[in-house]
Design a protein around this ligand. Structure first.
Ligand code: PEP
Length: 251
């Protein structure tokens, strides 16, 4: 198994372009282990400033979303072509806020996944259950459905450009983290599901990040689980010291 740890900061609708540039500069200097990759996802308007800072660095530039079509009459949307021209290499799709606040369905997310892959972007596909779904015993049912829906029509070859982020909705921005053992159980089940959809070797190489109130104090224990290959970090990625503590979880 040669999976690397992907530590990604999702800045959501935070930081002005000037503030984003300063934080990107700090992320560039953050120490990481040899098996760790750093990624940041600023808001669309901050991407040009951050791209300038990250040029030639070891930090991957990601977007937080993109439109499901390439161009046209879609007021307020941002296309894959625009992102590519700015140097974006990766895109977060299906984040729970996109699903639950903006009503994105698996079908819409799947269109975005296929479009991003067709343009050579790496995709972080977010999945995860709500508290209600967890309490109803539907964790696997929901996560497997989101995997099947989001990855529909994605071939084995394209799976090398996909990472999955398991983010239980009840743990996002709430300070509640799934226990490492609970998170591991879902990650292992999702890896098994991917083996069924593709093959054991695809499942073995796919990175599955955990997201939901990850902090410097809980990162190492989460990353120590067999099937947890990194973190998608919201709140704690907005502060340089706390993101540095997560990036250096193994330090
Ligand atoms: C997220 O929004 O992807 C996230 C995990 O947020 P937080 O770390 O703040 O829970």
């Amino acid at each position: 198994m040669s999976r690397t740890y992907l530590i990604a900061g999702n800045w959501k609708m935070n930081k002005t372009p000037r503030e984003a540039a300063a934080l990107a500069e700090a992320v560039k200097g953050m120490k990481k282990g040899p098996a760790t990759r750093k990624m940041i996802a600023p808001s669309f308007v901050c991407i040009p400033a951050v791209a300038d800072i990250l040029k030639g660095s070891d930090v991957t530039l990601a977007a937080q979303n993109m439109a499901s079509v390439e161009s046209g009459a879609h007021t307020g949307e941002t296309s894959v072509l625009m992102l590519k021209e700015l140097g974006v290499e990766s895109v977060i799709l299906g984040h729970s806020e996109r699903r639950h606040v903006y009503g994105e369905t698996d079908a819409i997310i799947n269109d975005k996944v296929k479009l991003a892959l067709a343009h050579g972007l790496e995709v972080i596909l977010c999945i995860g259950e709500t508290l209600e779904e967890r309490e109803a015993g539907r964790v696997e049912d929901v996560c497997f459905g989101q995997l099947e829906g989001g990855l529909s029509g994605v071939g084995s070859d394209d799976m090398k450009n996909i990472a999955i982020a398991y983010e239980p909705v009840w743990a996002i921005g709430t300070g509640k983290t799934a226990t490492p053992a609970d998170a591991q159980a879902v990650h292992q089940a999702c890896r098994g599901k991917i083996a069924g959809l593709y093959s054991a070797s695809v499942a073995d190489s796919v990175v599955i990040q955990y997201g939901g109130s990850v902090k410097p104090g809980n990162a190492a224990e989460l990353m120590a689980q067999n099937d947890i290959d990194g973190a998608l970090v919201g709140g704690a990625s907005l502060d340089a010291d706390s993101f540095a503590g997560i990036v250096a979880f193994d330090g």
